[in-house]
Design a binder for this molecule. Structure first.
Ligand code: NAG
Ligand code: NAG
Length: 419
């Protein structure tokens, strides 16, 4: 439903979810003069089971000036490491699109018909990349997700945004009166009223609202390996690498902790969870406990990560895991975000659908959400990010063309019980 006028600046807004969508939205709305904003989450940010964590990272942030711009800070969080895309198939549509966009901006990727050519740029690489065609983007890099989210939540607090966490921050259901959402019920039984509820619940969204057709949860495998300082030093200067045929990607070891991270950007795993409201089965991570504790991966996912390491960083392929887990994406039909008013329920706005690539937009995401909130987005982007009705359009989440590896699989009950 299109709100004809801008939402009220003084009435209470509840933002559910303290991830990158929730926090960037809270900060931007606050800067636009919205006075009564509360963010609810099960945990204080950075939440331990958000979609892209770097575990056990000491904060690399320092605040010399209290009110420096977020962009500057994020800029400093970006590492100088480069991004390398390695693929087999030259007509890969995702790469073709990336090349086209870069070209339009007057930039180019370095290109290697023989992937081993990369070793000239990165002598620390010791794998055999000879069967791959490689692209090297000198402007890519990685950012510290945990540190960035911590800084963003600090900025929110400074701006006067309130936070509710733990039991009172755990939302069980949306409260409806007719077609109006009037607030939420939290897990201690309390009702928290609001004139506007903004759902930024990522992979957990379907527990609160049926969005399965538009955004659903997929668990992507990720593994962490503790390197010794010497081992870490030996691959300190490798690029971020992704094999676009298998979806496996690796990062240089984290400078603070020497932890090596390997993951798969794929179609992932689904769960079947019962919804509190109506008992309907949806795919979602657990709500009532941390999804990062159990160190469980389905067997073939573990093997996928091991094989990937063998190919990309063979010297560490048999090192024991420090930790492994599924990292939860919110997948959408074409990999586009879902940022929209609910088409039927009033007082409800949805900002979700990260599809594994929202974090990198942290410095600007809130601006776009707030623009949609205030009805200022161009009709083209508005349409791209629309919340579809359950009938009709694409139930299959094909993503943005960047995924590879095995198709989505629903976990068995036994596997699910180990998560
Ligand atoms: C390369 O990718 C294109 C487009 O996805 C596909 O049609 C073609 O079959 C692929 N070729 C090989 C050799 O995998
Ligand atoms: C990339 O993935 C493909 C498909 O799994 C695999 O055959 C190939 O060996 C991998 N290459 C590297 C260097 O990771």
């Amino acid at each position: 439903m299109e709100n004809p006028t801008s939402p009220s600046h003084t009435r209470p807004i509840l933002i559910i979810g303290a991830g990158v969508f929730g926090l960037s939205t809270a900060l931007e709305l606050s800067s636009r003069g919205y006075r009564d904003i509360t963010v609810l989450d099960r945990y204080a940010p950075p939440v331990p089971d958000g979609s892209k964590p770097n575990t056990q990272i000491q904060s690399i942030l320092s605040w010399r000036r209290k009110h420096e711009r977020l962009e500057d800070t994020i800029q400093r969080l970006l590492s100088p490491h480069r991004l390398r895309h390695a693929i087999r198939n030259l007509s890969h549509p995702y790469i073709a699109k990336a090349l086209e966009i870069n070209h339009a901006q007057g930039k180019a990727f370095d290109e290697f018909a023989d992937g081993n050519g990369l070793k000239r740029l990165y002598p620390d690489l010791r794998g055999n990349y000879g069967n791959l065609h490689a692209y090297h983007n000198t402007e890519g890099g990685w950012a510290d997700a945990e540190g960035s989210i911590r800084y963003l939540s600090y900025q929110c607090t400074q701006a006067g945004v309130s936070f509710i966490t733990e039991k009172r921050g755990t939302v069980l259901s949306l409260r409806r009166e007719g077609s109006q959402i009037v607030g939420v019920t939290v897990s201690n039984g309390e009702f928290i009223p609001a004139s506007m509820v903004i759902l930024c619940t990522g992979a957990w969204s379907n527990l609160l609202l049926d969005l399965s057709h538009a955004a659903s949860a997929s668990g992507q495998p990720i593994g962490f390996i503790q390197l010794t300082p010497d081992e870490a030093r030996s691959i300190q200067r490798i690029p971020v690498m992704i094999n676009l045929s298998s979806g496996i990607f690796v990062f240089p070891p984290h400078p603070g902790t020497n932890i090596l991270k390997v993951a798969r950007h794929s179609y992932g795993f689904a769960t079947s969870m019962r919804r509190y409201e109506d008992g309907k089965t949806v795919s979602s991570p657990k709500r009532d406990s941390n999804n990062a504790d159990r160190s469980f991966l389905p067997e073939e996912a573990d093997k996928g990560l091991r094989d990937g390491l063998q190919q990309l960083l063979p010297e560490f392929a048999n090192h024991p895991w420090l930790n492994r887990r599924l990292c939860w994406y919110t997948d959408t039909p074409e990999g586009d975000f879902v940022i929209d008013y609910h088409p039927v329920l009033e007082g409800l706005f949805v900002a979700t659908g990260g599809a594994g690539h929202a974090f990198k937009f942290l410095p600007i995401l809130g601006r776009y959400v707030a623009d949609r909130f205030e009805g200022r987005l161009s009709s083209e982007i508005k349409h791209k990010w629309r919340l579809r009705l359950p009938e009709g359009e694409g139930k299959v989440k094909i993503g943005d063309g960047s995924r590879a590896g095995p198709p989505l699989r629903v976990l068995t009950m036994e596997e699910q019980s180990k998560l």
